[in-house]
Write a protein that binds this ligand. Structure first.
Ligand code: ADP
Length: 406
């Protein structure tokens, strides 16, 4: 039986089953306790039992429900004493690969022999070749392009891989280049392995492609009847959840409204999404010029700069992040409680990914989308088929307790 947990300001479906029921490796239990994970979430409850007995998994569950811990825990439980590089995790951005590595490090705290490496492009390949040679990692979290390069240079040996995981799998399978790179890596791993793929969004076509790479997979779609998204017309936010509004606006008025929002809202950290790199740069410049603690991240930035900015934001040193869709998926920053779509998402799917950068794991959050063009309106209508998104009232009418993190 699943119940909705309402503790510590968060509201995410958790199971009446406790962690103990999974009968995991004792060192994992200590790490889970250190992370403060009191109960498994609904997706963890649904997937971990199958994953830890080596079943191939295709899992779709809303953003922020704890999918990362599903595969991290399952791999460590099954393989607490790896000898070789036995686990490969692919992710679509460098930041996500880094984030997943960190999660593996958190959960291997009491298994210090397990070594984890992060591999991504944009930095000299020699550094990574040295890491692979000298540190001999057991788990590699990587972007697919750099993995392919390493394979082509015969600098990585995937012949011992037993666990192959793809996070945000629809993103990797949809885009032709990434799909080709991912499949290249896949074909360099042994036939017999556990394959697990995860995403918050999966079209029937992508689902079909994904399962072609699996053997007798468990396809687990965690439904959303416990949807913590709240209706703006009901008293919102009281037990956590994401409050969502739209605001009809003309392009020329966006900056003024944005500044009003940033002045009026009580945000811990905020992500503002825009549609292009140029717009990200100029909006960030504008915000900095009027003293908002803003930072901007986009794909045309040097990798080292990108990673250091991301770390700065993640550590709370900057409170406003202006970004393109590059940061629209997978990224988990604990204190982000407000997301603003300065430019509406390009489709309903991306809207979902973007807004759930706030309200992670059922915590409170607020998402506001500027609706400017006919296309924006159509996307909003699509979104409203699934989420309750009302028109933004006067900011003074939005009680900060509805969206402020505890
Ligand atoms: P998803 O991959 O589903 O988008 P994440 O794996 O990024 O979600 O998890 C979202 C947040 O929830 C992370 O900060 C993670 O540490 C936290 N989390 C995951 N599982 C639990 C749990 N059982 N209890 C408390 N927090 C959790």
């Amino acid at each position: 039986m699943d119940v909705g947990a309402k503790t510590g300001g968060s509201h995410v479906a958790v199971s009446s089953m406790g962690w103990k029921d999974f009968m995991l490796n004792p060192q994992l239990y200590r790490a889970i306790a250190d992370c403060g994970f009191e109960h498994p979430s609904k997706v963890q409850h649904a997937v971990i039992p199958a994953a830890i007995v080596n079943t191939d998994i295709l899992c779709q569950a809303k953003s922020g429900m704890g999918k990362t811990a599903v595969f991290v825990i399952s791999v460590i439980h099954q393989n607490p004493e790896p000898k070789e590089l036995e686990t490969v995790v692919l992710a679509h951005t460098r930041e996500l690969a880094m984030q997943i590595s960190k999660e593996f490090k958190r959960f291997t705290k009491y298994l210090p022999e397990i070594k984890v490496a992060t591999i991504y492009g944009g930095v000299p390949i020699e550094e990574q070749i040295n890491t692979l040679k000298n540190e001999r990692p057991h788990i590699v979290c990587a972007t697919p392009g750099r993995m392919k390069d390493l394979l082509e240079h015969q600098k990585i040996d995937l012949s011992h891989v037993r666990f192959f995981i793809v996070d945000e799998c629809d993103r990797l399978l949809e885009e032709v280049r990434m799909r080709e790179q991912m499949l290249y890596v896949f074909t360099h791993t042994p036939k017999k392995k556990q394959v697990m793929m995860f995403s918050a969004t999966l079209s029937p076509e992508i689902r079909e492609i994904a399962v072609k790479h699996m053997q007798n997979p468990a396809v687990i779609i965690v439904d959303e009847d416990d949807e913590p998204s709240v209706k703006p017309d009901v008293v919102p936010g009281a037990s956590g959840g994401l409050l969502q509004y739209y605001f009809p606006i003309q392009e020329k008025d966006k900056n003024r409204k944005l500044v009003d929002l940033l002045d009026g809202l009580e945000f811990n950290q905020c992500i503002i999404f825009v549609s292009s790199i140029l717009r990200a740069q100029s909006l960030d410049k504008l915000l900095c010029s009027i003293n908002f603690p803003s930072i901007c991240i986009h794909s045309r930035m040097e990798t080292s700069e990108r990673i250091s900015r991301f770390t700065e934001f993640k550590e709370g040193k900057k409170r406003v992040l202006v970004s393109t869709d590059l940061m629209g998926r997978g990224i988990d920053v604990e204190f982000v409680n407000v997301v603003i779509n300065y430019d509406m998402a390009p489709d309903a799917k991306q809207y979902h990914h973007r807004v759930y950068r706030a309200g992670r794991f059922g915590t409170k959050g607020l998402a506001i989308s500027f609706i400017c063009t006919k296309e924006d309106k159509e996307i909003l209508e699509e979104v409203q088929k699934r989420f309750s998104v009302g028109e933004l009232p006067d900011i003074a009418e939005i009680d900060p307790n509805w969206y402020r993190c505890a």
